[in-house]
Ligand binder design. Structure first.
Ligand code: G6P
Length: 611
C-alpha cells in the first residue's frame, strides 16, 4: 500500500526513482508519480502502472539529482492523475509524497481555506503540504523546521518526504506509524517505504522511528531529530536482503516462485531452532518462556492470511500445549474495549510487520500490561520492533500480494512454539516430541512432494476457470486452510469463494450447491475422516462437483470425488503446512487462466498501512 522512494546524490534521480517504484509495485497501487528539483520543481504523475508514468515522461527526460517518487493506493479521492502523488504547495515550490492518513485533514483544510488556500486534489496529503507551506511562510524557517512544526498539528499516520525548489539538494522525511527506511550510500542517500528500492545501492540502512524527522543533504549528510526537536543518534544496520530474492528468477510470477520456494523457506525457518535431540531453541522466546509456561490464555491478533495462520495456531496451542487461545481480527480487537489481563500473552502475526490495525492492537495490548510476542517476516519492521519479544519467520521477501511462503513459515514458527511450551508444561511426552519434531524436520521434503501435484491442478484449474463461485470445506486443522484457500482464490482470480467448517455446510452454504458449484474438500485429517466422507456424499447428492485434497494412500474418496489432488500423509498438527499448497496452486492457475494480474491483484495492497 502506497510506496515511497526518494533520492539525493550525484546521479540522475529519475531512473533510480523509477526502478525504486517498480520494486515497490508489489505493495499494491493505482497511480504513480515523481517530483524532481532541477532549478525548478517538476512533477510528473499518472494514473495506472509505473509503465504509464514512464510512457508519459518519454519525451520529457526528467532531470535532477534530487527527487521523490510514489505509488499511490487510493484512500481519499479516486485514482486519477490529479490525486496521484507528489502533491505541491500553493506556490508550487514544495512537493510531498505521503503514505498514511491525515485524520484531521478536514479541520486543517477549513483553516487553510480561510487563509486563502485552494486545492486541486481530493487528497489529505495536499492539505499537509499546504500546511507546511503556511508554517514556513509565517515562521520564516528552513524546510525541516516547517515540517516539524506542521506535524504537531497533524492527527493520523504518516510517512512523508518533502522537497523544496528553494532549498535544492535537501530531502526532509518524517514518520509516524508508517514505515520509512533510509539507505546510506557513497555520496548518495535513498529513502523508501521498505528496503527493496535501496538494496541495489547500499546495504547500510537506518529505520526511522515514529515521530522522527530526517534531514538529508550532501553537504551536511544525515541529521535526525525528534518531532520535539531533540537530536537523535541514528542506529545503522546492515541489510541482509539480497537482490536476487526480489527478482522473479525465471518464474512467470512472484507468486509462483514463492509457492515453489516453500520447501526452502521452511528449512530457513526451522534452521537452528528445531532439534530432534535438544528440543526447540528459539532465541527470541527465551526471555518470555516462563510467561508462556504459566499463561492462562493467549490472544492471537492478525489480519488476512496471518489471521488464518493464527487460527491454525489456536488448534496447535490448545491441542499440543493445552493453553486456551483466542484469535482476533486486529481491527475488531482494538476497537471493542477488550478485556486484557497483565498475565495475558498477545501473539501478533504479520508478514509485513507494518499492518496498521495489528500495530495499533499491539500498542493497546502493551498499554494494558500484556506481554506482546511478534511473529513477523520483515526484519526491522514496526511490529517486530515494538513487540516485547518475537520470532522472525525467515521466509525472505514476499513480493506477490497473495501471501504464500510467509504463511507456511508462520505455521512453522507456531508449531515450534506450541511444541516448546508443551514440553515445558509437561503435557507432551518425549516420544510425542520426537515424533512431531522428526516429521516437522522432514516437512520441506513433503512440501516438494505436494508441489508435484501441480500438473493435475493445472488441469482442474482449466476446467473451473469460468465458474462464479467456489466453496471450500475443512474440519479441525483443515478448517483454517479452507478459509485460506477461499481467500487465495478470491484475492487473485476475483471468483467469489467461501471457506466453511465442513459441518456448518448444512447451516447455510448447502443451499448454494448445484451442478455448477465446485466444492473443494480438505480430506486429509484422520480424526474427522469419516465425517468428511459424509460431507462429500451430501454435496454429491446435490450434484456439486467435488475437488478433494486427500493423501496418496486414500482410496475411499478417490472413488467418490470428481477430482482428487493427492498430497503426502503427515501428522495431523502438521497437516495445514501441506494441505495449503494445492490450494495456493489452484488459486494461482485459475487466476492465470483468467488473465488476472496475479502478483498485483486489483484493489489489494501487500502491506496495509492504513486502518
Ligand atoms: C494484506 C495482504 C495479505 C495479508 C494481510 C495482512 O491484505 O494483501 O496478503 O495477509 O494484508 O498482512 P500482514 O503483513 O500483517 O501479514
Amino acid at each position: 500500500m502506497c510506496g515511497i522512494v526518494a533520492y539525493v546524490g550525484k546521479k540522475q534521480a529519475y531512473p533510480i526513482l523509477i526502478t525504486g517504484l517498480q520494486r515497490l509495485a508489489y505493495r499494491g497501487y493505482d497511480s504513480a508519480g515523481i517530483a524532481l528539483t532541477n532549478g525548478s520543481l517538476n512533477i510528473y504523475k499518472k494514473k495506472g502502472k509505473v509503465q504509464d508514468l514512464i510512457d508519459y515522461t518519454e519525451l520529457v527526460q526528467p532531470e535532477g539529482t534530487v527527487g521523490i517518487g510514489h505509488t499511490r493506493w487510493a484512500t481519499h479521492g479516486e485514482p486519477n492523475d490529479i490525486n496521484a502523488h507528489p502533491h505541491k504547495s500553493m506556490n508550487g515550490k514544495l512537493a510531498i509524497v505521503h503514505n498514511g492518513i491525515i485524520e484531521n485533514y478536514a479541520s486543517l483544510k477549513a483553516e487553510l481555506v480561510k487563509r486563502g488556500h485552494e486545492f486541486e486534489s481530493q487528497t489529505d496529503t495536499e492539505i499537509l503540504i499546504h500546511l507546511i507551506e503556511e508554517v514556513q511562510k509565517s515562521e520564516n524557517v528552513p524546510l525541516e523546521e516547517a515540517v516539524r512544526l506542521a506535524l504537531h498539528s497533524v492527527v493520523g499516520a504518516y510517512a512523508i518526504v518533502v522537497i523544496s525548489e528553494s532549498e535544492p539538494g535537501k530531502l526532509v522525511a518524517a514518520r509516524k506509524s508508517s514505515p520509512l527506511v533510509i539507505g546510506l550510500g557513497k555520496d548518495e542517500y535513498l529513502i523508501a517505504s521498505d528496503a527493496t528500492p535501496i538494496v541495489e545501492h547500499t546495504k547500510n540502512v537506518i529505520y526511522l522511528n515514529d515521530e522522527e524527522i530526517a534531514v538529508i543533504d550532501l553537504e551536511n549528510g544525515l541529521n535526525i531529530k525528534s518531532i520535539d526537536n531533540e537530536n537523535i543518534s541514528p542506529y545503522i544496520q546492515e541489510l541482509e536482503l539480497k537482490l536476487e530474492k526480489i527478482e522473479k528468477g525465471g518464474y512467470d510470477h512472484f507468486m509462483l516462485k514463492e509457492i515453489h520456494e516453500q520447501s526452502n523457506t521452511l528449512i530457513e525457518c526451522l534452521r537452528g531452532r528445531l532439534s530432534i535431540e535438544k528440543g526447540i531453541l528459539m532465541g527470541g522466546f527465551r526471555d518470555v518462556e516462563d510467561r508462556f509456561i504459566h499463561a492462562k490464555r493467549i490472544i492471537m491478533i492478525a489480519c488476512g492470511t496471518s489471521w488464518h495462520a493464527a487460527l491454525v495456531g489456536e488448534y496447535l496451542f490448545e491441542d499440543l500445549a493445552r493453553i486456551p487461545v483466542e484469535v482476533e481480527y486486529a481491527s475488531e480487537f482494538r476497537y471493542r474495549n477488550p478485556v486484557i489481563y497483565e498475565d495475558d500473552i498477545v501473539i501478533a502475526l504479520s508478514q509485513s510487520g507494518e499492518t496498521a490495525d495489528t500495530l495499533a492492537a499491539i500498542r493497546l495490548a502493551k498499554q494494558k500490561g500484556a506481554t506482546v510476542f511478534g511473529i513477523c517476516n520483515v526484519v526491522g519492521s514496526s511490529i517486530a520492533r515494538e513487540s516485547h519479544a518475537g520470532a522472525y519467520t525467515h521466509a525472505g521477501p514476499e513480493i506477490g500480494v497473495a501471501s504464500t511462503k510467509a504463511f507456511t513459515t508462520q505455521l512453522g514458527v507456531l508449531t515450534m512454539m506450541a511444541m516448546k511450551i508443551a514440553v515445558s508444561r509437561n503435557v507432551m511426552s518425549d516420544e510425542e516430541y520426537r515424533a512431531i519434531a522428526t516429521e516437522l524436520d522432514n516437512m520441506p521434503n513433503l512440501i516438494s512432494e505436494a508441489i508435484k501435484s501441480e500438473s493435475k491442478i493445472k488441469f482442474i484449474a482449466d476446467e473451473f476457470k469460468d465458474v462464479h463461485n467456489f466453496l471450500y470445506l475443512g474440519r479441525g486443522y483443515n478448517f483454517p486452510i479452507a478459509l485460506e484457500g477461499a481467500l487465495k482464490l478470491k484475492e487473485i482470480s476475483y471468483i467469489h469463494a467461501e471457506g466453511y467448517p465442513a459441518a456448518e455446510m448444512k447451516h447455510g452454504p448447502i443451499a448454494l450447491i448445484d451442478e455448477q458449484m465446485p466444492v473443494v474438500v480438505m480430506a486429509t485429517n484422520e480424526s474427522a475422516y469419516e465425517k468428511i466422507v459424509s460431507n462429500i456424499q451430501e454435496v454429491k447428492a446435490r450434484k456439486g462437483k467435488i475437488i478433494a485434497i486427500t493423501t496418496f494412500a486414500d482410496e475411499t474418496i478417490r472413488e467418490i470425488a470428481d477430482y482428487v489432488i493427492q498430497i503426502p500423509e503427515t501428522l495431523e498438527p502438521l497437516t495445514p503446512i501441506l494441505s495449503v499448497i494445492p490450494l495456493q496452486l489452484l488459486a494461482y492457475h485459475i487466476a492465470v487462466n483468467r488473465d488476472c494480474n496475479v502478483d498485483q491483484p486489483r484493489n489489494l495492497a501487500k502491506s496495509v498501512t492504513v486502518e
